[in-house]
Ligand binder design. Structure first.
Ligand code: HEM
Length: 499
């Protein structure tokens, strides 16, 4: 069997091997291979892995479900000699202007990547820095609670999907760009369109990547190239505007340093970027990462969690009892209260298991040749780690399709990259650097929603009517297809309005 170029094969394997770059694997990984997947064993049978196969179709963008070959899981192996780097799609080249200042998530391993990673981990998303943004998160959550409180008097449904996107956008815009979402010039609709376009670009494959010399003509004729350019220009204008704003003498100082302040300080001091000078293009690349990685992932997680709880009122009640008992009449849940909320933390874990926002993590590209299940995998093969399928693998999870936060009672399994059966943030040196920021934001938002309100379904709707379909597309993230509308009723034990 020979299977080349645009054909895709899905390979799953169980692994408990180590390599220099990849620690021991103890889970089944399903990966999609692009380009030149070739087997020596020409009579290899298609896989007998029906549950996974149908799962993939449910999640599927067109090219995903069209996967022509499914193969049976093989030996325990993560290839020892195959380190991986990042695949930089053509769209990323356009977004980052020929990769002069690459989007970090798509940067191959090397000096540039190492320096950018160091800045992210030590300067931008360190525990101390994330703590310094605490007041922003709490203020924004308070505003959301006040907004919902106003609607709760009329007992009409609120669109939680829209509200939670606005919440995470407001937090990330203030932390990163030093401006509120409202003042950024984006309206809700346009903002979602841009995020969706950029993600679709990064998740898509352009003809230029597969057809040498002439592929770019196809991209121009299909309008893909123009779409990339348009989106790039819009984002570039926005990033230039916020950077210029920070450089302007008239800017009013805020009491915290936002991400642009930190990056500009590194430029001024010429530190933190090895021998090379950090350029404005590099700064824009970091901002793009934060824009893409920070906003919709957190909102998507909160929306799925609330949808799962609305489907199972008993679990919702248990979570509410925990937070209300623990907070009492304090009048608000602050970040320092979150550590006591064990059940809430299990809900968040379970949501990450069933609904990892970045279902396929980010694409990687193999550096060296290796073999899986008799299949030769050549250098420069694109690999997707399917965190979504791993989280639903019956080999590792009991009743994997059910939302059961209690499965984490007395379990040490966590989502920080050490347990390969739960990988919403990836693992290893590429693990999401925003993990602490993300979990803090999600836990705080959910705890407050559960503390302040009882949630009911709109009139005439039953639990089983809640639509749990995923938005299928080529976007990097998988969101709930239909907006979540619930009716809030202010909890009678908490009367005060937040100041
Ligand atoms: C629930 C929320 C989030 C989830 C599920 C998530 C998930 C991920 C995943 C899966 C990756 C790729 C890792 C890999 O492929 O191994 C990633 C990368 C990244 N994320 Fe997040 N993320 C979240 C929130 C955030 C936030 C709030 C920020 C910053 C404000 C952020 C910034 C980044 C950056 C900069 C990268 C690129 C890292 C690199 O290439 O080294 N993320 N994230």
């Amino acid at each position: 069997m020979k299977n080349t170029d645009l054909q895709t094969s899905q390979i799953s394997f169980n692994g408990t091997r180590c390599s220099k770059h990849v620690a021991s694997f103890s889970t089944s990984i399903s990966i999609l291979f692009h380009k030149e997947v070739e087997s020596r064993e020409t009579k290899q049978q298609p896989p007998t892995w029906p549950s996974q196969a149908s799962n993939h179709r449910k999640l599927a963008p067109a090219w995903y479900s069209a996967t022509p070959i499914f193969m049976q899981a093989c030996q325990n192996i993560w290839p020892c000699n195959a380190s991986s780097t990042w695949r930089c799609p053509n769209s990323c080249n356009i977004l980052c202007r020929g990769c002069k200042s690459r989007l970090k998530g798509f940067t191959p391993y090397g000096d540039y990547w190492r320096e950018m990673r160091k800045i992210c981990v030590l300067e931008l998303f360190s525990a101390k820095r994330v703590q310094s943004y605490r007041s922003i998160r709490e203020e924004e959550v308070d505003s959301l609670i006040n907004l919902i409180s106003e609607s709760s008097s009329s007992a009409t449904p609120v669109n939680l999907t829209e509200m939670l996107f606005s919440l995470t956008a407001s937090i990330v815009f203030r932390i990163a760009f030093g401006t509120t979402f409202e003042r950024s010039g984006f309206n809700n609709h346009r903002f979602h369109q841009v995020v969706h376009d950029v993600q679709a670009m990064l998740g898509s494959y352009s003809a230029a990547e597969f057809i040498p010399y002439v592929g770019w003509i196809v991209d121009r004729l299909s309008g893909l190239h123009q779409r990339f350019e348009r989106t790039f220009n819009e984002l570039d204008r926005f990033f230039q505007y916020v950077v210029d704003n920070h450089l302007s003498a008239e800017r009013t100082k805020t009491d915290h340093e936002d991400i642009i302040d930190v990056l500009l300080k590194l430029v001024r001091e010429q530190t933190g970027f090895g021998a090379a000078q950090l350029s404005q293009d590099n700064i824009k690349a970091v901002l793009l990462n934060v824009f893409l990685g920070g906003v919709d992932t957190g909102a998507i997680t909160m929306i799925w969690a609330m949808a799962e709880l609305a489907k199972q009122p008993k679990l919702m009640k248990k979570a509410q009892d925990e937070v209300r008992t623990s907070i009492g009449n304090k009048g608000r849940v602050s970040e320092s209260d979150i550590d006591q909320l064990e059940y809430l933390k299990m809900i968040v874990k379970e949501t990450f298991r069933l609904h990892p926002p970045a279902a396929l993590l980010l694409p990687r590209e193999t550096i060296s040749h290796f073999k899986v299940n008799g299949f030769e995998v050549h250098p420069k093969t694109t690999i997707h780690i399917n965190a979504w399928a791993i989280g639903r693998d019956p080999g590792y999870w009991k009743s994997p399709e059910e939302f059961i936060p209690e499965r984490f009672v007395d379990s040490s399994t966590d989502f920080k990259g050490q347990h390969f059966e739960l990988l919403p943030f990836g693992s290893g040196r590429r693990v999401c650097p925003g993990i602490y920021m993300a979990t803090t934001m999600v836990e705080l938002g959910l705890a407050n929603l559960l503390y302040w309100f009882d949630w009911k379904l709109p009139d005439g709707m039953k639990e089983e009517d809640i639509n749990m379909e995923e938005e299928a597309g080529i976007s990097l993230t998988i969101s709930k297809k239909i907006a979540l509308n619930l009716v809030p009723a202010k909890y009678s034990g908490t009367h005060q309005k937040i100041a």
